[in-house]
Design a protein around this ligand. Structure first.
Ligand SMILES: [Zn+2]
Length: 316
């Protein structure tokens, strides 16, 4: 068995699935989007129906799920069978609903699947773009804030700029605002409890369903304190730990030559505007700007060459 870095072709969520989406995935990031309204490029995904596919080498055209029986633990480095993480790039032309995700213990007991923590790295933002990050209920219960019609005015809003990082542990009330292009790493779960949809109605004239009781059960009030990333100088560049969650880590690497990545765990590598080159054994593979690759856990050595920033996520 010969494992190698998998350059991925994304799957997309578009049209009526993401009515809030725009066309920046195509215009800014060169994605081959199927629709003028495309909200999500699922860069590394084993979600049934939204699977990204291998673009290179002997397994071209296969999904990550197809590779489980072939590569086994050499792919994820993990014993359990499910693919643990999901990596997306999003484009919001309109704000998303105010939502919250449960943690593993609530999700497993109520939904029979894992919960979701996530993190955002802002790739690009319109001037003045904002997002919702936490809620300040001034000591009141969330239920009384909701009942009093004070939810919108209690949400904590933050203006965002390229390079900003937000860690959203399960239980954090959050919403991306309009005009934001972001990288999102998350637990591979689809459980979302919608708390508020800005009073909007869908094409059928009806509001989208809210999940108030579930959201009240899992929401934490207050904001998450920002943490400064720790930067290390390495041969060929430097790396900064941006987010460390019990389920995943997110690093930024700033390349200035050839830099070796740690071996022994699965990593998702996403090139930014300058692209980069992956080097292993006697092979080289170019990663175009904004392309993502999966480095399998069983690959003994991997180096990255280039001069820009790359983003690297991995299971913790
Ligand atoms: Zn979310």
């Amino acid at each position: 068995m010969n494992v190698y870095p998998l350059v991925m072709t994304p799957s997309f969520r578009h049209g009526s699935e993401t009515p809030w989406g725009g066309h920046a995935l195509k215009d800014l990031f060169g994605k081959n989007t199927p629709d003028d309204i495309t909200g999500e490029s699922l860069e590394v995904s084993a979600l049934p129906g939204h699977e990204s596919r291998v673009a290179n080498g002997e397994h071209a055209g296969k999904t990550l799920r197809d590779l489980f029986p072939v590569w086994g633990k050499a792919l994820t480095g993990l014993n359990q069978g499910d693919f643990p993480l999901l990596l997306k790039i999003l484009d919001t032309r309109q704000p998303l609903s105010v939502q919250v995700h449960p943690d593993d213990s609530y999700a497993l007991s109520h939904e029979g699947k894992p919960g979701k923590s996530e993190a955002w790295y802002i790739l690009d933002a319109a001037p003045g773009a904002q997002l919702v990050y936490g809620i300040d209920t001034h000591g009141e219960s969330l239920r009384s804030v909701l009942d009093g019609g004070l939810l919108e005015s209690s949400l904590c809003r933050r203006e965002v700029h390229t390079g900003d990082v937000f860690y959203i542990p399960a239980g954090t009330i959050h919403a991306l605002g309009s005009g934001i292009r972001c990288y999102e790493i998350q637990q591979a779960s689809d459980i979302t409890y919608r708390l508020w949809d800005w009073g909007r109605t869908g094409k059928d004239g009806k509001p989208r369903a809210l999940h108030i009781e579930q959201a009240l059960s899992v929401s934490q009030t207050g904001t998450v304190p920002p943490k400064a990333g720790h930067t290390e100088e390495l041969p060929g560049g430097r790396r900064t730990l941006l987010v460390s969650d019990p389920h995943f880590q997110l690093y930024a690497y700033d390349l200035s030559g050839s830099l070796s990545l740690p071996a022994g765990k699965m990593q998702f590598l996403t090139a930014t505007a300058k692209g980069c080159t992956l080097c292993w054994e006697d092979h080289r593979e170019s990663l175009l700007p904004w392309q993502s690759a999966v480095i399998p856990a069983g690959l003994p050595e991997i180096a990255v060459e280039g001069s820009g920033r790359i983003l690297v996520s991995s299971p913790a």
